[in-house]
Design a protein around this ligand. Sequence first.
Ligand code: SAM
Length: 239
Amino acid sequence: MHLFAHPEEPLDAHTVDRFRAVLDRRLAGEPMAYITGIREFWSLELMVTPATLVPRPETELLVDLALREIPRRADWGILDLGTGSGAIAIAIAKERPLSRVTATDVSAEALEVARQNARQLEIPNIEFLSGDWTGPVQGRTFNVVVSNPPYVRSDDEALDALHCEPRSALSAGEDGLDAIRILARDCRALLEPGGVLLIEHGAEQRDGVAAALREHDWSDVTCHTDYAGLPRVTVARTG
Ligand code: SAM
């Protein structure tokens, strides 16, 4: 603001050096969110570090669809698998304060960022557990399970441009469906009767995701398009 108000003032050498350092990082492909340490998601200011994926705007579709499933006045159990910065879990916990949200990640470092985000935003109805997919919640049940798992093909050239973000947050085998197949297989046992699973995926993965879900007897498998008209979130029910 000061800069805009006083364009005639020359910058001191220290400020110029700091600006050049930031510019070099950006030119090397580092996302602005890692440089500033923050990214807005669902109108919440989240801290992000190189241990977490930078939350994407299209993931708000997953939050939107999950909220349509969760009654405002119910104390439902909600599970977010692979929470990263906590974006999805925190948005749902904020919008549904009576729900009990559980957020997991295999990365202890990411989970620490998510925990700090919840603390900073004063979201009390959320717990964080570390471990491999459904491992940390074995024997428990939920009403809704959501996940934005890694789904990029391991040979996808897009990964080059995303080299600053954790590979384990993005890439999931030859067809990008390795993590989604695990979720399709293991999430039914975590859901109450009538429970719902919502998964974000790539625009070309609609059929692959539906096939993986049908193989494990999920019902009402429905794909939703994002605001760009691309098929990006599939919803399935226990039946
Ligand atoms: N939910 C966040 C979001 O939407 O911004 C992050 C999504 S990121 C695409 C996928 C997340 O899954 C990463 O945080 C990654 O650490 C986590 N992940 C990868 N493999 C996992 C596993 N085996 N078990 C649990 N989480 C895993």
